[in-house]
Design a protein around this ligand. Structure first.
Ligand code: FUB
Length: 449
């Protein structure tokens, strides 16, 4: 049984870390729950506009369901170091939103003529506007705001999950969902529909579809969307030669979560000649899938233009500087016996994870560690081993050059243990860490100096 009150209090104390840098692999935001990431490139920097899940408590949202009262925006220049720019829009500061509805669901943001347009769904306080969800806009001069909400939602839109797309000819479109997926042209002012909403009707008719995200590549319009084909949402896509279709269903770009997170919701963008899929999973809340966390993995196209299925990873993208804390628990590969991942503190999951080695020869592999050119001389492990342990660090595989052999003194507390390096190889390498001991040893992180 989860102690929700204690869990909520700890999560509030843990974050948010405004203006601070969060460095992580997957999930890549770990100071709060985040979901439904809409990623955009503005002025050479990546901005992510996610939903902000919180844990509903009596009087604060509907217990056991989604609860979202505001939006944060995060940005990064390298997809590894993320800055939380704080709150953009809050439910009780939007004139048309029911101020205690906790229904600030999946947003998106677009840029036109010097202004940023932040689209977000919520439930109106005036039910004559709409009884369910509708979509509003807030306008800002910078991608991080401040954003000023329009007094009323966009006329003619009923539903959730707005997605904005501006075509090469300058025509803007808005997509959204309400069981089906809808699309319409936007006026030049980006605040009103310029055409009647149209159902994008060539998509699967059985099973919920939501979370549309449309992008264009080489003249093909890709309409991507979560769809419940079986038990939970998987990510699928359809293509067309025009932004409002007709679309041809092409297939699945990410399978259902094997661990049962019911929703998935994504965006796709190209940044510095590489395509990426932003999506979510419930990594920081494995037993309650309405508290989600956003992730990021590389996405590739086949020569035919088909999207290659993305397999979720913990390692995520980008290089990790050897001088920073390397979170081995966001591994690339893990030995099938004797190695496992666990939360550092099950009462405060925002603390992250540890790698636990339970038997000799258990190993973990972490790819893409940038050692640089200048020789490094020591390695430090944050580690704990009740009976003491010996740990080996090698480069480029289990039989690769030995970097260090570290003796972990016995003790019940976490300790930072430093050891000299016996070798150094410049450049980017795979790091393999293994236990040489029968008794358990846990590692939080390793770093080199
Ligand atoms: O985040 C709330 C809802 O869950 C979103 O609007 C859907 O797309 C699903 O991710």
């Amino acid at each position: 049984m989860v102690n929700y009150r204690l869990f909520y209090l700890l999560s509030v104390l843990a974050g948010p870390l405004l203006g601070s840098t969060v460095r992580a692999q997957n999930p890549f935001i770990t100071n709060q729950f985040t979901a439904d990431p809409s990623a955009r490139v503005f002025n050479g920097r990546v901005y992510v506009y996610p939903s902000h899940d919180i844990l509903a408590t009596p009087g604060r949202g509907r217990v056991g369901w989604f609860a979202m009262e505001d939006y944060h925006v995060f940005s990064s220049a390298n997809l590894t170091d993320w800055t939380d720019h704080g709150v953009l829009v809050t439910q009780n500061k939007v004139p048309w939103v029911k101020p205690d509805s906790y229904s600030m669901w999946a947003p998106d943001c677009g840029y036109r003529n010097g202004k940023y347009y932040f689209y977000f769904p919520s439930t109106p306080r005036d039910t004559t506007i709409n009884k369910g969800f509708t979509v509003g806009v807030a306008v800002g001069d910078k991608p991080t705001g401040p954003f000023v909400p329009q007094p009323l939602p966009i006329k003619g839109v009923r539903g959730i999950d707005p997605n904005v797309f501006i075509d090469k000819d300058g025509q803007a479109y808005l997509y959204w969902s309400q069981g089906n997926i809808y699309g319409a042209k936007l006026k030049e002012n980006m605040l009103e529909l310029a055409s009647e909403p149209q159902t994008l009707g060539e998509l699967p008719t059985k099973g919920l579809k939501e979370g549309p995200y449309l992008f264009e590549r080489n003249g093909t319009y890709y309409l991507t969307y979560p769809h419940v084909a079986n038990k939970t949402e998987r990510l699928e896509y359809a293509t067309s030669t025009s932004p409002l279709g007709p679309f041809t269903v092409q297939g699945v770009l990410m399978d259902e979560s094997p661990t049962g997170c019911w929703t998935n919701h994504h965006s796709i963008l190209e940044f510095e000649n590489q395509w990426y899929l932003f999506y979510h999973h419930n990594d920081l809340s494995p037993s309650f899938d309405k508290n989600r966390s956003i992730r990021l993995d590389s996405l590739f196209f086949e020569p035919t233009g088909a999207i290659r299925k993305v397999v979720p990873t913990l390692r995520g993208v980008g290089l990790t500087d050897a001088r920073q804390k390397i979170q081995l628990d966001r591994y690339s590969r893990l030995s099938s016996h004797g190695a496992s991942i666990a939360f550092l503190d099950t009462l405060n999951k925002f603390q992250g994870w540890k790698t636990v080695f339970a038997s000799p020869q258990a190993w973990v592999q972490y790819n893409g560690v940038a050692f640089g050119k200048q020789a490094l001389r020591t390695v430090t492990l944050r580690t704990q081993a009740a009976a003491g342990a010996t740990v080996q660090l090698r480069l480029d595989g289990a039989t690769g050059p030995l970097l260090a052999q570290v003796t972990v003194p016995k003790g019940s507390q976490w300790q930072e243990v430093k050891a000299p390096l016996t070798a150094f190889k410049p450049g980017t390498h795979t790091l393999v860490v293994s236990s040489q001991t029968n008794s358990p040893v846990a590692i939080d992180w390793v770093k080199f100096e």
